[in-house]
Design a protein around this ligand. Structure first.
Ligand SMILES: CC(C)[C@H](C(=O)O)[C@@H](O)C(=O)O
Ligand code: SF4
Length: 473
């Protein structure tokens, strides 16, 4: 039996995307899904290629894949791969390059002017279109939902399957609607919206679901801000997040190197405009968020759902995990996050290192100095973002304030490269995960918006960014 029988009149956007890519129905829950575009990084692809080579299989459609170096590379300037001290990382980068040459796959390597974090360079170059299925060996592939595409993370054996056949066995999800309405207050961002969602449903609250974000708040957001939302939806367990594409998305894509052009674009638009949930489509769960009530959020624990508005105090622990998290973070219930001293400030990651993020953080920093106790770095999400920021003079604002201006990559989002904090250090971070050890062994991560990180860097402590905005006026 098909989960989407032909006689079911009204489909959600997610269901449409699945149906349009179903090669064959396997059982009640599984389909063989066609993958339009597949992205690889140096970290999760080597074993998949090794499997392919053992089986002596070719890559079926080399042009439907892109490889990007982002996780293990240093963000300080280097002249050649020989300058990378970590031998393991260097080997991963070299292996990706060899595999791409062997199979004729396009690679944005470390020295390519288009290099950056995979989920930043893919949209930037116009690879992600509405209606596509996009897979990648990385959980934050949900980012492409901002375009009305179905993006999701896959494991090593699935990567191999996609390389060989351009398909994979896919377990269908239940549709969930997250309706966000109202005007966001000043100083409250897309990051706070998605953190509010994650806090409301919990870290596993959307597992088994494909989330559709809708409502006046979402419609008012830029495409980049929508990417922040879809990116972090996976922290609630959602293996897919979608937003119906609108004119903003079409305008964003227009003129990008790999977006359709001319008559192809006209034809594509005809299809893209149909990509919405139909009236009467059924969702298995509906969550409402009132944007006017959202405040800047900060995590206090070691899971992205353990957050509170910066104006509030840390809640009482309700289970063992809460106790353990407080212990690791060196915090206690009833404590105020505002005023908590930090050692590091990090602006970066595929959640919040796009040009709009850097512009907003720079606006907070302008005319201020990073507190002398704080080491602050900003890692633009891609070389493109870095170039645009430099053309606008943002690098000068960051540097004058005392931030280090780095090259692009995942950097301090996860301790897999040179950018690692020290045990016991507390870091205000614009990233998406605050797990134990995520930024280095014993490091205490507080997730927040890039504006909030900028404000924390200046104050040497977590602070409500809206206070700094008042002094600007
Ligand atoms: C390394 C990679 C597999 C991982 C992911 O899947 O997301 C990483 O990017 C992360 O953010 O934790
Ligand atoms: S920036 Fe962070 S979240 Fe994004 S892909 Fe890299 S490690 Fe994962």
């Amino acid at each position: 039996m098909s989960p989407y029988p032909e006689n079911s009149m009204s489909l959600t956007l997610y269901e449409k995307l699945v149906r349009q890519h179903t090669v064959t129905q396997l059982d009640d829950e599984h389909v063989l899904l066609y993958v339009d575009f597949h992205i690889m990084n140096e970290y999760t692809s080597p074993q998949a290629f090794a499997g392919l080579h053992t089986a002596d299989r070719p890559v079926w459609r080399p042009q439907a894949h892109l490889a990007v170096v982002d996780h293990v590379n240093p963000t300080r300037p280097i002249q050649s791969l020989n300058d990378i001290e970590d031998e393991g990382g260097r080997l991963q980068i070299e292996t990706l390059s060899k595999n791409c040459i062997r199979h004729n796959i396009q690679l944005f390597d470390l020295f390519d002017p288009r290099q950056g974090i995979e989920h930043i360079v893919v949209p930037e170059n116009g690879f992600a279109w509405p209606g596509m299925v996009i897979a990648c060996g990385d959980s934050h592939t949900t980012t492409y939902g901002a375009f009305g595409a179905l993006g999701f993370g896959i494991g090593t054996s699935e990567i191999e399957h996609v390389l060989a056949t351009q398909t994979l066995v896919y377990k269908t999800l239940k549709p969930m609607l997250v309706q966000v309405d109202g005007i966001l207050p000043i100083g409250v961002t897309a990051k706070d919206v998605v953190m509010a969602f994650v806090a409301k449903v919990g870290a596993a609250g959307a597992s088994g679901f494909a989330v559709e974000f809708a409502g006046s708040t979402i419609a008012a957001l830029s495409v980049e801000a929508r990417m922040t939302i879809c990116n972090m939806a996976v922290e609630a367990g959602a293996r897919a997040a979608v937003i119906a594409p609108d004119q903003k998305v079409f305008d964003y894509l227009d003129g990008r190197p790999h977006a359709p052009k001319g008559a192809d674009m006209v034809a594509a638009l005809g299809n893209w405009q149909t990509l919405q949930s139909e009236p009467g489509a059924q969702f298995d769960k509906v969550v409402h968020l009132d944007a006017t009530m959202i405040e800047p959020l900060v995590t206090w624990g070691t899971s992205p759902d353990q957050s509170v508005p910066v104006t509030r105090t840390i809640p009482n622990p309700t289970n063992d995990a809460d106790h353990r998290a407080l212990d690791y973070m060196g915090l206690f219930a009833g404590q105020s996050l505002s005023g908590l001293k930090i050692d590091r400030a990090f602006i970066g990651s595929c959640t919040n290192a796009r040009i709009e993020d850097l512009r907003k953080a720079a606006k907070i920093l302008k005319g201020h100095q990073v507190c002398s106790d704080v080491t602050a770095i900003v890692v633009p999400g891609s070389k493109d973002v870095r170039r645009v920021a430099e053309a606008e003079g943002l690098d000068a604002i960051f540097r004058q304030a005392g931030f280090e201006w780095r090259g692009s990559g995942c950097s301090m989002c996860l301790a897999m490269n040179d950018d690692i904090a020290m045990a016991g250090e507390r870091c205000a971070s614009s990233t998406n995960r605050n797990f134990e050890g995520r930024q280095g062994r014993g490091v205490r991560t507080h997730l927040m918006s890039p504006e909030m990180v900028a404000a924390a860097a200046v104050n040497g402590a977590i602070v409500d960014v809206r206070k700094m905005m008042e002094t600007h006026q």
